[in-house]
Write a protein that binds this ligand. Sequence first.
Ligand SMILES: *Cc1c(COP(=O)(O)O)cnc(C)c1O
Length: 394
Amino acid sequence: MQQCSSMLRMVDLRGQYEKIKLEVDEAISQVLCSSAFIQGPQVKEFEKHLSDYLGVKHVIGCGNGTDALQIALMALELKAGDEVIVPAFTYVATAEVIGLLGLTPVLVDVDYGTFNVGVEHIRRAITPRTKAIVPVHLFGQSCDMGPILALAEEYGLWVVEDNAQAIGAEYRFGRQGSVKKTGTMGHIGCTSFFPSKNLGCYGDGGALMTDDDELALRIRMIANHGQREKYRHYLIGCNSRLDTIQAAVLDVKLKYLDSYNAARYNAARYYTDRLRKLDPQGKYFLMPEEKDYGTHVYHQYTLKIRGESAGAKEGRTRDRLQEYLREGGIPSMVYYPLPLQAQEAFRDIAKIGGEMLGVSAELAASVLSLPMHTELTRAEQDRVVERIREFFKL
Ligand SMILES: *Cc1c(COP(=O)(O)O)cnc(C)c1O
């Protein structure tokens, strides 16, 4: 097999594949031999294994994570003009599908420490037209779901979790309370198997999770042209199925998900230990915060770079640091450079939910995600940390 260079990468899908190549190749080859490319038996098997892993009654595969969110909202039968509350600091897909369905995205701010939407942000945005909330477990850590679910119950709102970045993470309800996996707490959970996600396939893929039999049936129908039996269409749906080859790959990788997430966690620990020694007071940058109500599966390891704010003369410190890292051969990414309220596509359709979105704007100007993947070595992490030390002259 062709070797790839040992360049430091944001993600290293190739290195991960090499370790499971025999199993994955065998699984793909079985699909090729059977030629059941659409809804082959591997899809059902993977759905069953993922539902066992998550502890949820139904898992329904679909074409990608964005479709999962769209199908979830379609299954709830919302009407044009209904409001759906969504964080302003997230990947565009979360809010895009709300607009696509003619619903109104109501943007709310997030918590500076965790990047996640909190119950108070949501409470202030509720109106008589509010029908649903889409909390996003950003960068791999659960939102504080207990209070959010209680608020949703109080107002009779649907909760659709965007779990694209946190599969395998857990949340604990209260100190001694029950523990649930993210994506299984709301009425519907959505996830993405985009290759770089914590559980990624080798193309596009996604899934929905629910404990509700009726919703599960509707979701399954919507994802497959609204049909239950072939050529009998009960609902307007779409064509969004999980590809059989992708399901076969995912079924292999699911067995390793906990070890992958542990590798990410250990890498995050190492970054944090080393970086804290450089800047114990957090004068130059802040490390990700871990909350004791859950586990963090570090889809991203994201720093907040302190310093002059947007528009300063020499440019933002964050942008200069990113350039300095790049010159040293160290990749980094800004997730996300613009909050949704600053995106042209949302200008005419989004509402701002009851408060200014200052934290989201500040995060967009100061976040920087470092290389984070299952194959990252300590030596590579040392290079990243050393370059950061040089930049700040610490
Ligand atoms: C990746 C992602 C999605 C979309 O998933 P796709 O499979 O790329 O369509 C949605 N929300 C969040 C938060 C994501 O990170």
